[in-house]
Structures are given as C-alpha cells and as structure tokens.
Design a protein around this ligand. Structure first.
Ligand SMILES: *[C@@H]1O[C@H](CO)[C@@H](O)[C@H](O)[C@H]1NC(C)=O
Ligand SMILES: *[C@@H]1O[C@H](CO)[C@@H](O)[C@H](O)[C@H]1NC(C)=O
Length: 474
C-alpha cells in the first residue's frame, strides 16, 4: 500500500524552506524600498489653541493673532487642519458659530521686535517686519496666506503627499537679524438666534445695519453684502426674546510637519482668485501686470437677471497667468454656501483640478445641513498634471443663482513642484513602480506561498515516488 504524503513532513523539505525564505526576502526588499520613500514615521504633529475670542448671538469676531504657536526650525509642512471649539474643547457646529475663514500668514520681524506689541499691519510695518507671501499673483494685503479655509475646514484634505513639503524656517532664507513668525486671522460669526442665518453668514449689510466700512468710509451704494459689512464687533440682527449668552471660543489647529531633509521636494503655493482682473500698462509684459483681487463677489438671482443657463448657474471666470510652471501635486477650491463647484483649466482647456463642495446633512459639527462642510481636493499622480511657465490658466467658479448671494468667493489653491531633472524623473518613476509593487506585495506573498506549496508538494511527492516507485517515473 502506498503511503500518502503527510503535509507535516513536507515542511522538513529543505527545498520548501529555501523557496519560502526567498519569497519572504523578496517581500521584505519590496517593503523596505517602500519605507524609504515614505515619511509617515517621521511626521510630527502638534495641536494648538488660538487665543480665546468671545461671541454672543449675532456678533462677529475678526481677529488677528500675531506670533501664534507654530512648529519652529527648518521644516517641511505636511498638513494644517483647524476647527472652532468651545472652552471644553468640544467642536462647535457652523449653525452656532459660522467660521467665515481662518488664514495663516508667514512673516519676518527683526529678532528684537516686541511681538506682544504687534497687533496690526501698521505695527508690523513700524517694527520693520513684513509678510512672506505665497507665490500667487494677487497683490497688496490680500490672499498672501500659506493656509486658509472656511466652513469647509473639517472635511477638506490638506495633506501634502510625499515626497513633497512646504519648506519654511530655512535659516538661509530668513534675512539677517530677522526671524520667522506666524499670524492667524480668524473670522467667525455667531448665528445663534439670528433672524436670517444665510444673510448673516453672507454678511448682508442691511442685517448688520452697516453703511460704512471699518475705517468709517461710506460704502458704495451698490455694495449690499460682504466683508465690509461684517467686520470685528459688528452685530447681525437677532430675534427678540432670547438670552444674550456670550461664550469663549478658540480655533484649535493641528500642524503636521517633518524636519527638513534633502529628499523632500519643495512646493510653491499659488492662490488664485475668481475676481482677479488684470490692469496692464502699455508696453508692460503680462507678468508685470497689476492684479486686482477683490476676493468676494455677488451672485445675482436668475429671476432678476433672466439668465438661466443650465438651470440658474452663475459661472464666474478669470484668466490668470502662472509665472512659473511645474507639476501640480494638490489643488482645492474655496466657495461659500450656494457654490456648486470650481475648476482650474490650462490654456488648452484641460482640467488641472476640479473641486466640488460637500454639503452637510445633519446637525452635528462637521455635517451641518446646508453648509459647505468640505471641498474635494485633487491629488494628481505626480507628473500627470503640469503647467508651463507663463501659461494662462482659467479659474471657473459656479454658484447656484436660484437666489441672490452676497460676499461669495471663488478661490483656488494649488501646490506646484518644480519638475525634477530628467535623471530624478527616472528615479521617481521607479520609486513609484516599487511603491505600487509593494501594495501588492502581500498578494504576491500569498500567490508565492501557493506556488511554493504546489511546487513543494510536487517535489515531495516526486521524491517519495522516486524513493518507492522508481520504475513508475513517466
Ligand atoms: C442702525 O444704525 C443707525 C445709525 O448708524 C442707528 O441710528 C439705528 O438705530 C440702527 N438700527 C438698529 C436696528 O440698530
Ligand atoms: C460651471 O457651469 C458651466 C455652465 O453650467 C458648466 O459648463 C461647467 O462645467 C461648470 N463647471 C464646474 C467646475 O462645475
């Protein structure tokens, strides 16, 4: 009678072990090359609280906090998230405190500047400090920030994928005698018990009873809503008969970063504005042109304009020349309630990134019905989306115009990396190959194990046959 091969014995076969070992080694090699290209383990993370701001029903805080807590040193920023919390650290929903925006600005001041004294732009200038703007083309004080979002902050991805990072704190870039600091601007509106929630979040001037701007200058008669009507300390109309309960709030922000190393590829930040209009002097090149970024605009109701294209959609477009090209590695738009999506196109009409709002559907923080609680972000495969230096891009921002909206925005934030030199490109591609490979390495290991098992069984039984039935070899 023939002895059936026993699986337990098979493990003693040296050939089996050799196969298993080589498969394991293969999987390990693939995995370790994977680890070398990812920075997950090096990412540091800190959670900070802004100074407190106090809001009562209808009131507005538009605060500038100079010299906020921020990671120091020569680092690559990887992610920045923020949200409004109360004194107990509990997230506050948008229908209570509407987060109009928060922005984080990088600036340099002389090392001996008394930071506590700096409370305004003027004081920053007086101390010989200055803002380090992003690479975008808007001028003056607008849109110079490194980070910034609004109501969408809880569900908008902001991470910068490997091997990229936003380089800051490089001592070689900070002017002699200066140091780098960070400024936070938080604009929040308390809409508890207000008469018209949407109107208050859209800063409608009549609801705020405002006819002059913060500096006392009269507003244009046709200016019906926007930031000039909801500055710090203004108050939106509230319903009678409710308690005027003030409370302390904070912006809680989480910064992720890694210590700088040469393998990190720095990215440039561009913020484009749908209201950007260019004023070009005679003989000046398009790159010297002055950009007027108004940041906010109005959407007229289609019942008054009579324009019903594609079902009451207001589509705003701006053409903007990007000074320097490269690989687009991230993109996201910023819109307000009523927004239906924004896109950035290349000169030939190709889509560089399309970013769509996520509307909440419930009551809890992060899912507030009717509010934009997130914007979809673009993470193109590196190298697959490129822009050239001097290319004219088109920003398109769409809003529903079934009703009028004031103070809306259509911004686009992209990160662009210099294209790597040819040799690096090859390396990068092979790195990507190996990264892709490693995703499947467990699958490969499983397939390998099955193959090894079959081969092993075959080997074993053949050996057995060779031992016992040599004459039967076919
Ligand atoms: C609106 O402002 C005007 C003057 O600026 C003031 O006289 C009036 O009382 C205000 N109305 C309300 C409802 O606060
Ligand atoms: C904006 O609206 C126009 C007109 O309806 C449409 O053709 C376009 O695709 C829209 N773009 C985005 C980004 O939603």
């Amino acid at each position: 009678m023939m002895n059936s091969p026993q699986p337990g014995k098979m493990l003693n076969s040296p050939q089996w072990w050799l196969l298993l070992l080589s498969i394991l080694l293969f999987a390990l090699t693939v995995n370790s090359s994977h680890d070398l290209t990812r920075n997950e383990n090096k990412v540091k993370s800190s959670v900070f609280l802004s100074p407190e701001f106090v809001l009562g029903p209808g009131t507005v805080a538009n605060k500038y906090y100079y010299n906020i807590d921020f990671p120091r040193g020569h680092i690559a920023l990887k992610e920045f998230n923020a949200e409004v919390v109360d004194e107990a650290g509990i997230p506050v929903p948008l229908h209570e405190t509407y987060l109009h925006h928060w922005i984080v600005v990088r600036y340099y001041v002389p090392k001996d500047a008394k930071t506590s004294k700096i409370l305004s732009d003027d004081e920053l200038h007086q101390s010989k400090g200055f803002i380090v703007r992003n690479s975008g083309v808007c001028q003056g004080n607008s849109l110079g920030q490194y980070f910034g979002l609004g109501s969408e902050t809880r569900k908008t991805a902001t991470y910068v994928p490997d091997p990229y990072g936003i380089e800051v704190g490089n001592p070689a870039q900070v002017p002699d005698g200066y140091e780098e600091r960070w400024l936070l601007n938080v604009h929040a509106i308390d809409t508890r018990n207000v008469e018209d929630r949407l109107g208050c979040t859209e800063c409608r001037c009549d609801l705020y009873n405002v006819t002059e701007d913060e500096l006392g200058r009269p507003l244009r008669p046709d200016y019906t809503g926007g930031l000039y009507c909801c500055y710090d300390q203004t108050k939106c109309r509230v319903r009678e008969g409710f308690d005027d309960i003030h409370r302390s709030l904070y912006l809680r922000y989480t910064v992720k970063w890694i210590d700088w190393e040469n393998a990190i590829v720095p990215v440039k930040i561009y913020i484009f504005d749908g209201t950007d209009s260019v004023e070009r002097e005679k003989d000046s090149t398009i790159l010297d042109a002055k950009h007027h970024c108004r940041i906010e605009y109005e959407v007229e109701s289609c019942s008054t304009t009579g324009v019903v294209n594609g079902g009451c959609i207001d589509s705003k477009k701006a053409s903007i020349v990007i000074p320097r090209g490269g690989h687009v590695i991230y993109g996201v738009a910023h819109q307000h309630s009523g927004g239906t999506g924004a896109a950035l196109y290349g000169e030939d009409g190709r889509v560089l990134c399309s970013s769509i709002p996520i509307y909440g559907e419930g009551k809890e923080a992060g899912n507030e019905a009717g509010y934009i609680v997130g914007m979809s972000a673009c993470y193109p495969h590196p190298g697959s989306v490129q822009v050239s230096s001097g290319e004219t891009l088109t920003l398109e921002s769409n809003y529903s115009s079934t009703q009028k909206h004031t103070g809306v925005m259509g911004l686009f934030y992209i990160l662009v990396a210099d294209p790597p030199p040819e040799s690096m490109l090859l390396l990068q591609n092979s790195v990507h190959e190996s990264m892709r490979f490693s995703k499947y390495s467990w699958g490969l290991l499983a397939i390998g194990a099955v193959v090894a098992f079959i081969v092993g069984v075959g080997y074993y039984s053949r050996n057995k046959r060779e031992e016992q039935y040599q004459s039967l070899v076919i």
